[in-house]
Design a protein around this ligand. Structure first.
Ligand SMILES: *Cc1c(COP(=O)(O)O)cnc(C)c1O
Length: 394
């Protein structure tokens, strides 16, 4: 099986698994307990906090452990909104192709009186900093723009957007779930006030992530209870998961350069090969994209059928985002970059990791070509296009 869905989740690294097992077996205490077994677990926790902070250029006390990227996004946005409400600032800027953890939180805030501006992501899937600057108003309390998009892989000009927010004194949050440990991310040089990350996107365990919050910014708690995480996230800490996340993060960051070089080469090979399919198009900027992301639209087919047939050929891929597959709506990301419904339905995302070889890439190219041709063979939409009854878009 070729696993080409790293944007959905990744397999835990051996080191992350070993770390988790060793903490489960040998450091099972509750970090809030005062006796040594508890303090031993507390030490593991604080060591992980230091490691995570060091990787992104933060201070340990600026790291809050969460249950993952979604929780971190919710907490960051709701905290900034609460702060804004107190100052009478109830305007938030974001983009149309954010993850649903961001978009659904913004929808909730809209129902509670907030005004949300979504800046354009353009055909290349990249936000323009000057458009963010133009959207900022007197009452803007937050700008939240993702670091890299989870479907089309495009990397946003985060440093520039952050600089604008600093200058205008507006809080800046970024959902960096797809970026952390894949491309260089540093909260200081990138001018980031709040950042979300998730372990299972960088070969760590599922159900654990972190939120970076620049010191001095007050957080609201989503979960009430004990005083864990400086009173901002109640509940006994997931010590094995957190320790394992720190191990995975350190490992992935140390290997980042070499890994990205290989993954980028395989990605480019895939893009070159898939481009040969007639009436196809790469989604998102060809250069400013994550090393492992390939996303195409093929006219005249359904992405879902494509996936099932690729699965039969031993390829695990995705169409649209994992969260929306199963619904009939095309991906909100592809619609945001201007793909029409019919075209957006025929999308394929291959998100690859370090273990995928050039031979795997060639096999994937061959398989996608075969499957697209096969599906077009009995697609009424394709027949109409070929007969000139409808116009090709791609
Ligand atoms: C996966 C993902 C999330 C959600 O993270 P979880 O840890 O699964 O909650 C949020 N944002 C982006 C961009 C993602 O890719």
């Amino acid at each position: 099986m070729i696993y080409a869905d790293h944007a959905a989740t990744t397999k835990m690294s051996e080191a992350a698994v070993q770390r988790m097992l060793s903490v489960i077996n040998d450091h099972f205490g509750n970090p809030s307990s005062l006796y040594s077994t508890g303090q031993d677990a507390k030490e593991i926790l604080e060591e992980a906090r230091e490691d995570v902070a060091a990787v992104i250029g933060a201070e340990p006390r600026e790291i809050y452990f969460t249950s993952g990227g979604s929780e971190a996004d919710n907490q960051a946005i709701l905290s900034a909104a609460e702060l804004g409400r107190k100052k009478g600032k109830m305007h938030i800027i974001s983009s149309a192709f954010e993850h649903h953890a961001v978009l659904h939180t913004l929808n909730k805030l809209k129902k509670n009186g907030f005004d949300v501006t979504l800046v354009d992501v353009h055909e290349n899937g990249i936000v323009r900093p000057e458009e963010v600057a133009a959207a900022i108003r007197e009452d803007t309390c937050l700008v939240t723009i993702m670091y890299a998009n989870n479907e089309i892989g495009t990397i946003q000009p985060i440093r520039e957007i952050g600089a604008i927010c600093r200058e205008k004194n507006v809080l800046f949050h970024t959902d960096a779930v797809q970026a952390v440990a894949h491309i260089p991310v540093n909260v200081q040089t990138d001018n980031i006030d709040m950042l979300s990350a998730s372990a299972h996107k960088f070969h760590g365990p599922k159900g654990v992530g972190f939120l970076y919050v620049k010191k001095g910014i007050p957080l609201v708690s989503l979960i009430e209870g004990g005083a864990q995480e400086r009173g901002k996230r109640a509940g006994t800490e997931n010590v094995p998961g957190i320790a394992s996340m720190a191990t995975a993060l350190k490992e992935a960051s140390a290997n980042m350069e070499a890994s990205a070089a290989h993954v980028t080469a395989v990605r480019n090979r895939l893009i070159r090969g898939l481009k040969e399919i007639p009436h196809s198009a790469l989604n998102g900027d060809a250069e400013r994209r994550l090393p492992g992301n390939v996303n195409f639209c093929f006219e005249g087919i359904e992405g879902e059928s494509l996936l099932l047939l690729l699965d039969d050929k031993g390829i695990a891929a995705s169409s649209g985002s994992a969260c929306t597959s199963g619904s009939l709506d095309p991906s909100h990301v592809l619609l945001a970059i201007g793909r029409v419904h019919d075209v957006a339905h025929g999308s394929l995302r291959l998100s690859i990791g370090e273990e995928v070889t050039e031979e795997d890439a060639d096999y994937m190219i061959k398989s996608v070509k075969e499957v697209v041709e096969y599906l077009r063979g009995f697609s009424p939409v394709w027949r109409d296009l070929c007969a000139g009854k409808a116009k090709f878009i791609l």
